[in-house]
Design a protein around this ligand. Structure first.
Ligand SMILES: Cc1cc2nc3c(=O)[nH]c(=O)nc-3n(C[C@H](O)[C@H](O)[C@H](O)COP(=O)(O)OP(=O)(O)OC[C@H]3O[C@@H](n4cnc5c(N)ncnc54)[C@H](O)[C@@H]3O)c2cc1C
Length: 380
């Protein structure tokens, strides 16, 4: 049974064909190995209108829905989640402009984003604000027409790349409930007082994850997104739901890539006089891998479908993120086992998928936090 109608299937296939014809696995591998952002691919994607997909028509976008976005992420990640994050990760951040931006902010930032001229990293995390994201300590103080920002952000993926405009969660007030004192600022990465350092992380190597030091960084008050104190609602609510659907779909796409690569290898690798696919233990591993990947895909499609129809889906999004991330981790580990020694080298690609799998259960909210959300939403 095919759960996608003809139009959705055609869209998913067309993005996948683009990845295979215009990009290719060698390019994705090279960007990962060289820790280099895929600028050429980003520009090609923008020319095709990928960055307009979710933006409403009133803001100059194509007004597509979350399901179409999820399918795009799934196809973009056939050779690695990092590539999908590089090309399409800014889209979930861009939606904050559509939902909360002023006309001036949309003109200055959303329009050039849709043209592929700038990128939107998101910076929530800090040394003491990980899972407990409301514990943000970086502070902004009003000074005339500006805010002055001081502090340290951690784990911001893509902050150092050319044309990066960071959406940053910052404390603007000390409040009894720490969630109420947070606001969002639009911070171009070339402002004086910003120091951005790359981190040598296991995954997210082409996007490049960074730490950011802020020493009296002046940001115009006109660069606050939404009202003061609305930061937690904007980022931890709407933003994270969309981010988690996008990454879940990317994990599914990469898990399918791992299954496909392992299957192809098992059919051509000969040991003891026959392809290793002929050994039942290998066949059963592949059967389990495909079954788990299909289950992750269905959970992700359910979450994307609910979100596209504007239905409540906090639990379903957490389930999709949890199951898809653990699927990628499990399936990529099994794929590496099927490849044997060669699987531990970059040229075999499953080594990259394996690293993505380890990252998947941490970034975007850990598996433990997803289980906590699911339990909170369970009713008799
Ligand atoms: C490569 C990489 C890229 C990233 N990119 C970004 C980015 O672009 N922007 C951004 O803002 N952040 C980013 N992050 C940060 C990421 O979202 C956090 O790492 C993640 O939310 C976990 O926070 P932490 O690392 O501080 O772990 P902690 O919160 O310290 O957690 C440590 C352990 O304790 C567990 N734990 C914590 N609280 C609970 C609880 N209440 N119940 C049960 N278990 C709990 C966690 O599940 C985990 O196992 C990135 C991280 C990495 C590694």
């Amino acid at each position: 049974m095919n759960f996608l109608d003809e139009e959705r299937q055609a869209w998913k296939n067309s993005v996948r064909r683009w990845v295979d014809r215009e990009i290719g696995r060698e390019y994705v591998r090279k960007c990962d190995m060289e820790r280099a952002f895929p600028y050429e691919a980003y520009e090609k994607a923008a020319k095709l209108g990928f960055h307009r997909l979710l933006v409403p028509e009133a803001d100059g976008g194509d007004g597509g829905d979350v399901f179409s976005y999820a399918l795009m992420c799934e196809s973009l990640s056939a050779y690695g989640v990092d590539f999908s994050v590089a090309i399409a990760g800014g889209i979930f951040t861009a939606m904050n402009f559509s939902l909360h931006g002023t006309d001036d902010q949309k003109t200055r930032f959303l329009q050039p984003f849709m043209r592929g001229e700038i990128r939107f990293p998101i910076s929530m995390s800090e040394p003491n604000a990980g899972s407990d994201v409301a514990n943000v300590q970086t502070r902004a103080e009003r000074d005339g027409d500006d805010y002055v920002l001081n502090g340290q952000k951690l784990w911001c993926s893509g902050a150092g790349n050319r044309g990066a405009v960071i959406l940053m969660l910052v404390r603007t007030a000390q409040t009894s409930d720490k969630r109420d004192g947070l606001s969002v600022f639009i911070v171009p990465n070339d402002l004086p007082g910003l120091t951005i350092r790359p981190l040598q992380t296991l995954a997210r190597r082409s996007v490049v994850t960074t730490e950011i030091f802020l020493d009296s960084v002046r940001v115009p008050a006109a660069n606050m997104l939404g009202a003061p104190g609305e930061g937690f609602k904007i980022i931890a609510g709407e933003h994270l739901a969309l981010e988690r659907i996008a990454v879940a779909a990317s994990y599914v796409g990469n898990a399918q890539g791992a299954v496909d690569d392992a299957l192809a290898y098992a059919k051509q690798r000969v040991q003891f006089g026959k392809p290793i696919f002929e050994f039942q233990v290998i066949r059963h591993m592949l059967a389990d891998m495909q079954t788990q990947t299909d289950a992750a895909r269905l959970l992700t499609y359910r979450a994307a479908d609910l979100a596209a129809r504007g239905m409540p889906c906090r639990k379903e999004v957490a389930m999709a993120k949890l199951f898809a991330s653990e699927t990628l981790q499990n399936v990529s580990r099994q794929a590496m086992q099927i490849f044997g020694g060669i699987g531990t080298t970059p040229e075999a690609d499953v080594e990259r998928y394996f690293r993505e799998g380890m990252q998947a259960t941490i970034g975007g909210g850990t598996s433990q936090i997803q289980r906590t959300i699911i339990a909170q939403e369970m009713r008799i």
